[in-house]
Design a protein around this ligand. Sequence first.
Ligand SMILES: NC(=O)c1ccc[n+]([C@@H]2O[C@H](COP(=O)([O-])OP(=O)(O)OC[C@H]3O[C@@H](n4cnc5c(N)ncnc54)[C@H](OP(=O)(O)O)[C@@H]3O)[C@@H](O)[C@H]2O)c1
Length: 212
Amino acid sequence: MKIGMLGSGGVAQTLAAGFLKHGHDVTLGTRHPDKLNEWRTRNSAARTGSFADAAAWADLIVLAVKGSAAAEALRQAGSGNVAGKVVIDTTNPIADAPPDHGVLKFFTSLDQSLMEGLQREFGAVRFVKAFNSVGAGLMVNPHVKGGPPSMFICGNDAAARQVVNGILEQFGWDTVDLGAAEAARAIEPLCMLWCIPGFLRNEWSHAFKLLR
Ligand SMILES: NC(=O)c1ccc[n+]([C@@H]2O[C@H](COP(=O)([O-])OP(=O)(O)OC[C@H]3O[C@@H](n4cnc5c(N)ncnc54)[C@H](OP(=O)(O)O)[C@@H]3O)[C@@H](O)[C@H]2O)c1
């Protein structure tokens, strides 16, 4: 598939390398393509461009920007360029405030997730929440004791969730499909839980597993 990444940070770069490793084509979209010159020399098969370039070119889009900029990045990508496409939403609604005893602050509530807001604004987009509940370093074929770990996903389009399930299998994850977009109210806060051992004890190498 042609994968358009909206974002240039640790998540976008890590997932882009994962998609290349698994035989996909990648364009990384950013407001500042020049800052990726060094990254491009290490990933010569990938392209870079604007958010709109990446979205227009892609079959499937990965949204990997700061949570508070997620809607703005999609607007810059262009609603016509994202309409009808599967968008993997990796974002978390982390507020601009320090963690409280290791617990991140969110700018959303337990009754309203970031992804539901995006789905309302971009009604034609097939959003699927995924990859938000683990650190970037573990997103691609993670090696953890007792693995493969679980990746919790949700989104309103069942066929889109199936597409993302296929990608997660390639990336070494056991998918836990939690249904419609409302489940993002529970999946986004998993990021808070995942980060607590990191902030308290500098432990960042774990992943969740649903036992059944
Ligand atoms: N880091 C992790 O381990 C991790 C794990 C799971 C989920 N996440 C989530 O994944 C997302 C990406 O995380 P990250 O750590 O890779 O990067 P980040 O530092 O959270 O975000 C960097 C990206 O945000 C974009 N951005 C910032 N302000 C913007 C604005 N006003 N308009 C448009 N774009 C803007 C930047 O675009 P430019 O390229 O144009 O500068 C850049 O690509 C976040 O929502 C994060 O919560 C992160």
